[in-house]
Write a protein of this length. Sequence first.
Length: 383
Amino acid sequence: MKHLPLIWAGLWRKPVRTVLTFLSLAAAFLLFGSLYGIGAGFDAAIERASPNRLRVQSALLGRAMPVGYHAEIERIPGVASIMISTDISAYYQQRLNLLYINAIGGDVHLDVFGDISNPEQLVAALRAKRTGALVGRHLAEQYGWQTGDHVSVVTGPDRNQDGTDYMEFDIVGIYEVPGDPESAHWFLLNYDYLEELRVRGRSTTNWLYVDTVDSSRNQQVASAIDRHFESSAMGTFTETERDYQRLALNQTIDMKLVVRSIVFASMFALLVLAANTMMQSVRQRLPEIAVLKAVGYSETAVTMFVICEALLLCVSAALVGIIASILLFPKIAAAVKVPGIWMPLQVPVVGILLAVLVALISSVVPAWTARRSSVAAVLAGKA
């Protein structure tokens, strides 16, 4: 610590250059923290999905499959439970007020819709009332709904058996997703009630969520399901929920590739910038370094001064950039349409380690130059 003022003075010998370099490094680590955090956040979001859950859908993607498949899949060895899940289109009062409506049945697992608080109580309340509906807090606040309210949603002409174009529900619970409040936007109803009312799509479902007895049997069960229906009129395509989520996140662009490419490019630029700054600083201070050697500082001590300057500059800039990325991360995650993810702890840890690595690499040549400089030659103006 006694040499810190000396290291600090050397770092600020050229204040403008130091400030500009510091800001550039901080911006690079802000970019690193944000993008690496998004990439790691994708992985964390996918890992939150149940490891032993399969998603079964029609092999003709986009088409509904018979709900009777539910009973047949139950007889396949390795299947623990099955949840029916069907989306329908509807709106509330005005066409612009489109709702995310899902009819659920079978062995209901609300974690499909996020990390919902008190899922058992909510499922019990839904099943206890035929016309019941569970509404996300975000959606409820949007329309001013409360538990106990009676609401009707417009489903369109020719939707219902009685000729009406709407369905009526009683809100029996409002669910919350503490880690991602905006994702609490689903309107969930009983699949059996939907079957009683509707005409179009009757006895079909979009998805069946199959939980296996053990994640190690996922592939075995998935293959068995698809083989069972391969000769039927409507074949199936079964994959793990994690694979489905991974594909959904990368359906338009390989986000992981984009993130890695930008991060590597920014880190290379950061390394070049830090090395160039340290090299210029050492060359301009060779007379001062020669004086330090002349008054008794060893070559090792001088080398350590240069390395410590690089560490101080890079690590402090990294801290500022990473803290900024942590503060901005919720807005960045929402901007890329994955608001439910958070920055993993590994991101700041990797960022600091990377800053140390950049500092060490960028200081190698300047430190060697300082170490090998001749006191006599420098003071005589020959170096």
